[in-house]
Design a protein around this ligand. Structure first.
Ligand code: ATP
Length: 573
C-alpha cells in the first residue's frame, strides 16, 4: 500500500461512501453515528480517569492504607461498570448503523443491477465482471463493516492519542544529559520515544505487509471462482453425468483450488513475518516504558503509582499510534473490497450508459424500418431489415445457425442495445419465450405465474391451462416446492411456458425454438391449441423444423447482414 495506491483508492472510496450519507436515510444514520462517537469520547475520558486510578491505587498499596483501599476499589468498580456499559452500547449502535447501511447499499446496488437489464448487459458487453453475486453479498458487507470499524477506530485512537500524549508529557518530565561541555534537556522525553518507536514500527510493518493487499484481493477472487465452478456442476449435473465429465470437472476444480492454495501460501508467508513483527512490537512495548522510566523512578524515589501510571499511559499512546500497524490486514482487505466494488459500480454505470439507437414506437402492427443489429464487438449481423406485419400475420424466422435469429428476437424484446433503426410494436401484450424456459425456485404455482408475484389465485384457471398443456398430472403438486427445473423434462418445461402464455393471453407472441423439445404431434397440438384458445394472438417463431411452416403465414429467411427474403408460406408450399 504505497501512498500513491492509497490516494488512488480515496476517490473510489468517497464515491461508494457518500451515496448512503447523502441519501434519504442520512439523518437517522448521522444520529446513530453521533451517538456512537459521543459514547466513544466518554469512554476515552473514563480511560484517562482509570490511569489516575492506577496511580492512586498503587500509592495506597505502597502506603498500606487499608481504609483507602476499599474506597479505591469501589471507584474502580464504578469506572469499570461505566466502561463496560459504554463498550456494549457503542458496539450495539455501531452494528445497528452497519446493518442499516448494508441494507441501503444492497438495495441500491440490486436496483441498479436489475434496472434496464444491466445484469444481462454485463455479460454481453465488454465490461466483464466476475462474480457479481460475491460483490453484492460479501463485499458490501465487508465494505460497511470495515469502513465503520476502521473509521470509528481511527477517530477513537486519535482522541486517545491527543489526550494521553498530553498526560504522558506531564508525567514523563525531562531527560537531561551532557555532550562534552553542553548540557542538554529533552522535555517530555517519553513522548518522543513512543513517537519514534511507533513510526519505526509502522514503517517496517508497511514494508512487510503491503503485498497483502493484492494477495487478499486475489484470494477473494480465487475463492469465488472455485465456488462458481462448484455451482455450475450442480446446475449442469445431468449433462455432466451423461458426458461422464467428472474427470474433466475434477481437473477444473483442482486447478481452481490450486490457485486458492498457492495464493494462501503466499498470504501465510507474508502473515508469518507480519505477525512476528507485530507481536514483537507489542511485547517490546510492554517493557520499554518500564526501562525508560526506571532511572527516574529509582533516582527520584517517586511513588510506585507514578511508575504504574506512566507505563499504562505509555501503553495507551503506544496502542493508539500502532493502530495502523495492528489494522494492517484489515486495511489491506478494505482496500481490496473498495477496488472490487468500484469496478463493479463503474461497470454497472458504463453498461447503463450504453445507449441504444433503436427507436421504439407504439403501434398495433409490428413494423421494422431499417433495422440494423451488431454484436458487442461492432460486427454487423443484420442490416437494413424492413418488415410490416399486421395482426394474424404469423411469421416464422429461419436461417443458418448463428445468422442472428435469436439476436433479432432479443432486439425486438429491447434487451439488445447494439442495434439501430425503428421498431413499431404494441407496447403491452407481448411475450417472448426463450428456448430454455426459466423456472424460479419455489412452488409449481409460482413457476406458472412467473414473473407475477402478487398472484391472484384461480385454481380453476390453473387446472384448465395444465390440462390444455398436457401437464394435468401435476395438478396435485401446485404447492410443492422443489427444484422443478431439475425434475421436469425439457418438453414439460416448454409446455409449462405455454401454460404461462395461456394465463397471460398476449396478443403478440415471440417463440425462440420454444417447441424444440416437443415431438411433432405435440408441437402441432400446442400451436393449434394456442390459436383456438387465444384467437387474437399473432405468433412470430424462430425454428428450423419444416413442420412449423404450416402454422405461419410468412417466412423470413436470414442470410446474414442485409441479405434476407420474406415470402408468403402458401406460395412456397
Ligand atoms: N453476447 C454475445 N457476445 C458476442 N457474440 C454473441 C453474443 N450473443 C450472440 N453472439 C453471436 O451472434 C451470432 C448470432 O447469434 P444468435 O444466437 O442470434 O444466432 P441464431 O441464428 O439464433 O443461431 P441458432 O440457430 O444456432 O440458435 C452468433 O455468431 C453468436 O456467436
Amino acid at each position: 500500500m504505497s501512498i500513491k495506491n492509497f490516494k488512488k483508492n480515496i476517490s473510489p472510496f468517497w464515491l461508494l461512501f457518500k451515496q448512503y450519507w447523502i441519501s434519504d436515510e442520512k439523518w437517522p444514520a448521522c444520529g446513530l453515528l453521533a451517538i456512537v462517537i459521543i459514547l466513544n469520547l466518554i469512554s476515552v475520558y473514563l480511560m484517562l480517569k482509570l490511569t489516575d486510578w492506577y496511580n492512586e491505587f498503587y500509592t495506597i498499596l505502597q502506603n498500606y492504607s487499608y481504609k483507602d483501599f476499599w474506597y479505591s476499589a469501589g471507584k474502580f468498580t464504578v469506572i469499570a461498570f461505566l466502561l463496560i456499559l459504554l463498550a456494549v452500547y457503542a458496539l450495539y449502535l455501531q452494528q445497528m448503523l452497519q446493518i442499516r447501511w448494508r441494507t441501503w447499499m444492497t438495495n441500491n446496488i440490486l436496483n441498479k443491477w436489475l434496472h434496464n437489464k444491466v445484469y444481462y448487459q454485463l455479460q454481453n458487453s465488454n465490461y466483464i465482471t466476475d462474480n457479481p453475486d460475491q460483490r453484492i453479498q460479501e463485499d458490501i458487507d465487508l465494505f460497511v463493516k470495515l469502513t465503520l470499524n476502521l473509521g470509528i477506530g481511527l477517530f477513537k485512537q486519535i482522541v486517545i492519542l491527543i489526550a494521553f500524549i498530553a498526560l504522558l508529557w506531564q508525567l514523563s518530565g525531562s531527560f537531561s544529559f551532557s555532550v562534552g561541555t553542553h548540557h542538554l534537556v529533552i522535555p517530555g522525553f517519553m513522548v518522543w520515544i513512543t513517537l519514534i518507536y511507533s513510526f519505526f514500527g509502522t514503517f517496517i510493518t508497511h514494508k512487510v505487509g503491503h503485498q497483502l493487499i493484492n494477495l487478499n484481493f486475489n484470494q477473494q477472487k480465487y475463492e469465488a471462482d472455485f465456488r462458481f465452478s462448484l455451482m455450475r456442476l450442480r446446475e449442469n449435473s445431468e449433462c455432466i453425468a451423461f458426458y461422464h465429465g467428472e474427470a474433466s470437472e475434477n481437473l477444473s476444480f483442482k486447478n481452481r483450488f490450486f490457485n486458492i492454495i498457492t495464493n494462501f501460501r503466499s498470504i501465510m508467508n507474508r502473515q508469518k513475518i507480519l505477525t512476528g513483527m507485530t507481536v514483537s512490537y507489542s511485547q517490546i512495548a510492554v517493557i520499554l516504558p518500564l526501562l525508560i522510566a526506571a532511572p527516574r523512578y529509582f533516582g527520584e524515589t517517586l511513588p510506585i503509582g507514578w511508575f504504574i501510571q506512566i507505563s499504562t499511559v505509555f501503553g495507551r499512546v503506544q496502542d493508539a499510534l500502532s493502530y495502523l500497524v495492528d489494522s494492517y490486514t484489515n486495511i489491506a482487505e478494505w482496500l481490496s473490497v473498495i477496488q472490487r466494488l468500484d469496478t463493479f459500480n463503474t461497470h454497472i454505470n458504463n453498461v447503463s450508459a450504453i445507449e441504444s439507437l433503436l427507436q421504439i414506437k407504439p403501434a398495433d402492427n409490428l413494423i421494422l424500418k431499417n433495422l440494423s443489429i451488431d454484436l458487442p464487438n461492432g460486427k454487423n449481423i443484420i442490416n437494413n431489415l424492413n418488415l410490416h406485419l399486421a395482426a394474424h400475420d404469423d411469421l416464422i424466422i429461419t436461417g443458418a445457425s448463428g445468422c442472428g435469429k435469436s439476436t433479432l428476437l432479443r432486439t425486438l424484446a429491447q434487451i439488445w442495445p447494439f442495434s439501430q433503426g425503428t421498431i413499431s410494436i404494441a407496447p403491452d401484450s407481448i411475450m417472448f419465450l426463450p428456448q430454455k424456459p426459466y423456472l424460479p425456485l419455489g412452488s409449481l404455482r409460482n413457476a406458472l405465474y412467473y414473473p407475477q408475484h402478487d398472484i391472484q389465485d384461480n385454481d380453476a384457471a390453473l387446472e384448465k391451462v395444465l390440462y390444455l398443456c398436457k401437464l394435468d398430472k401435476f395438478i396435485n403438486q401446485l404447492e410443492t416446492i422443489k427444484d422443478w427445473s431439475q425434475i421436469l423434462s425439457l418438453g414439460e418445461q416448454q409446455r409449462l411456458a405455454f401454460a404461462r402464455i395461456l394465463l397471460n393471453a398476449p396478443q403478440w407472441l415471440f417463440l425462440d425454438e420454444s417447441t424444440s423439445a416437443l415431438d411433432e404431434p405435440t408441437e402441432e397440438y400446442i400451436y393449434t391449441m394456442l390459436k383456438s384458445e387465444l384467437p387474437e394472438i399473432t405468433i412470430i417463431s424462430v425454428g428450423h423444423r419444416s413442420t412449423l411452416l404450416k402454422h405461419h403465414k410468412y417466412k423470413l429467411t436470414l442470410y446474414g447482414s442485409d441479405k434476407y427474403n420474406l415470402s408468403m408460406i402458401q406460395s412456397i408450399q
